[in-house]
Write a protein that binds this ligand. Structure first.
Ligand code: PLP
Length: 432
């Protein structure tokens, strides 16, 4: 019997008693669904049921699952070198992945730090910014400015620049970096920058710039902090103020990077450059954990001029060759360029098929950008209940807060996407 034909049994009892899932309690368990395999845009459950995936496994599997090119690259790498320490050693997989990152991002970003996960890429970015100003004889610049309702990850410094008012990390968040919160943008994606945002940004820079090392922001799309898209004009203004007041700009493209919003990176909507850029999630096509923090020569030189002289970070699995091989294969697929038409098609279809949801009294807003489609409900939804409703309809969608949203693999077919949007409308209609 071929390995793939063997029936996988999921030990749900052990799972429930011993294994922590994201954002859950070990005493009040929520339903989990046992996945035994995934192919293309479909997940197969242990029951044999097939679900069309509307999540790309949290923004990451942009080429779909089990893509032969990425699998072949990983298999080849696994047989050659699956891991080796990165201290004092280098290898071609890290070089190839980094070459592509330098090529694909803006010209000023020349240096690559290969981190293990998105949150760590954010930690690295924040540390880079603080150390940079130590090297530029402005050691008082140690505060981080950020917008309210942002999301940057689950580690301590990352949490401290997440939404401070009722966000998911409020209970831990406010103690690590000396942050300054500015109001979240209010100018919508298709609007110019409004006066409220302009004044709020200018006031914050005037008041705090002397102490601010960097601003960190998710470009164009605020993800976990509201699933909404703001004006490119906001980023243009932010870049201008950062230049004027000598503040570094950190863009967190961990969710938006690699095509999700219709441009390869979301900052391209605003035609600006970051001083420090964080990428993750889709970097390996979602096949294995890897993230990266890129920075400019100026940032790297400032760090070298700091009292430490070296950048103080070096995780055990830094630059893991297997992950870098997956990243290289995934980036090569993106460099072929087919993603652009795929994302355009998804955007067109999402706009058409989700539009009618706005007529439902329980729906507050419907918005689409690139391969992201969001129905914002009036009230907070019950994630577990809705998840079950989606599974019953043969799709995998994971709502949270007030948001029922899709970010499917770019390779999804029109028919599969229609099944997802139809399920979203059915589920939204069923909510009181
Ligand atoms: N930054 C953003 C914008 C994210 O959306 C996420 C994860 O959702 C992170 C950082 C953290 O990435 P990770 O979960 O890989 O640590």
């Amino acid at each position: 019997m071929a390995l793939s034909d063997q029936k996988t049994t999921i030990d749900y009892a052990f799972d429930e008693q011993h294994i922590w899932h994201p954002y859950t309690s070990m005493t009040q368990s929520l339903p989990v669904y046992g996945v035994v395999s995934a192919q293309g845009c479909e997940l197969t459950l242990d029951s044999g049921k097939i679900l069309i995936d509307g999540t790309s496994s949290w923004w990451s599997c942009v080429h779909g699952y089990s893509h032969p090119t990425i699998l072949a690259a990983m298999q080849q790498q696994l047989s050659q070198l699956s891991h080796v320490m990165f201290g004092g050693i280098t290898h071609q997989p890290a070089i190839e992945a980094s070459k592509r990152l330098v090529q694909m991002t803006s010209d000023n970003l020349t240096k690559v730090f290969l981190a293990d996960s998105g949150s760590i890429a954010v930690e690295v970015a924040l540390k880079m910014a603080l150390q940079y100003w130590q090297g530029r004889d402005q050691p008082q610049k140690q505060r981080i400015m950020t917008v309210k309702s942002g999301y940057h990850g689950d580690t301590f410094a990352a949490m401290s620049v997440c939404d401070p008012d009722g966000g998911m990390h409020t209970m831990f968040g406010n103690n690590v970096t000396k942050q300054v919160f500015i109001p979240a943008p209010t100018s919508k994606f298709n609007e110019p920058l409004n006066q409220t945002d302009t004044l709020a940004l200018e006031a914050a820079f005037i008041q705090y710039h002397q102490d601010i090392a960097a601003v960190i922001i998710e470009p164009i799309m605020q993800g976990a902090g509201g699933m909404w898209f703001y004006s490119p004009g906001y980023l243009v203004k932010l870049r201008q103020l950062c230049d004027q007041y000598h503040v570094l700009l950190i863009l967190d493209e961990i969710a938006t990077g690699f095509g999700r919003t219709g441009t390869l990176f979301a900052y391209e909507h605003a035609n600006i450059e970051a001083d420090i850029l964080c990428v993750g999630k889709a970097l390996t096509g979602g096949y294995i954990s890897l993230a990266a923090t890129l920075c400019s020569d100026e940032v790297a030189n400032g760090i070298s001029d700091s009292p430490a002289g070296v950048f103080m970070h070096g995780p055990t699995f830094m630059g893991n060759p297997l992950a870098c091989a997956a990243a290289t294969a995934s980036l090569d697929l993106l460099l072929k360029g087919e993603w652009q038409q795929q994302v355009e098609n998804i955007e067109f279809q999402l706009k058409q098929e989700l539009a009618s949801a706005i007529d439902l009294p329980q729906v507050n807003d419907v918005r689409v950008l690139g391969a992201v489609g969001v129905i914002e409900m009036v009230n907070t939804v019950n994630t577990a209940e809705l998840q079950q409703a989606f599974v019953d309809l043969g799709v995998w969608v994971r709502p949270f807060n007030k948001y029922i949203y899709l970010m499917p693999p770019y390779t999804i077919s029109a028919k599969q996407l229609s099944k997802l949007t139809a399920a979203m409308l059915t589920v939204a209609k069923g909510i009181d």
